[in-house]
Design a binder for this molecule. Structure first.
Ligand code: ATP
Ligand code: MG
Length: 138
């Protein structure tokens, strides 16, 4: 079983979409191996998104992740990393396929409701950034 890090972003928590998003996740063969609802601080988000530090959207992205609580999850299934990105849909909801979370729930590219790791290397970093081994139970 592969593991990936998922975040339900502040725009979705704010609109009470946690349950609807968890339903999509559990209906698509993922096991939620760890989960916490918390509020991220700017330094924590800047460290998390360090790969994007030189991108033009870095400031908006990091600020938006601190506007309210988030839900952090480790999710496990076969091919969890690509399967979760498929279920999320394209980064910009305008380009997202029908039936994806971003198509159905996201507001725009900045408020796109969910995050998912994009590679095995980044998933390992992102999972360890938020969870200790003892918190993760498949
Ligand atoms: P995520 O990492 O959140 O799962 P992603 O992998 O689909 O999303 P990235 O390229 O990693 O997309 O960008 C990280 C986040 O930065 C996006 O989810 C989006 O909210 C924001 N973002 C990306 N590109 C832009 C842009 N051109 N303008 C504004 N925000 C952007
Ligand atoms: Mg990404």
């Amino acid at each position: 079983m592969e593991k990936t890090l998922a975040i339900i972003k502040p725009d979705a928590v704010e609109r009470n979409l946690i349950g609807k998003i968890l339903d999509r996740i559990e209906s698509n063969e993922f096991r939620i191996a760890a989960m916490k609802r918390t509020r991220l601080t700017l330094p924590v988000v800047e460290g998390f998104y360090n790969v994007h530090k030189d991108r033009h959207f870095f400031k908006d992205l990091t600020a938006s992740m601190c506007t309210g609580p988030v839900v952090l999850m480790v999710m496990a299934r076969d091919n969890a990393i690509p399967e979760w990105r498929k279920l999320m849909g394209a980064t910009n909801p305008k380009d997202a396929d029908a039936g994806t979370i971003r198509k159905d729930f996201a507001i725009d590219i900045g408020k796109n409701s969910v995050h998912g790791s994009d590679s095995a290397e980044n998933a390992a970093f992102e999972i360890s950034y938020f969870f200790s081994q003892t918190e993760i139970q498949e």
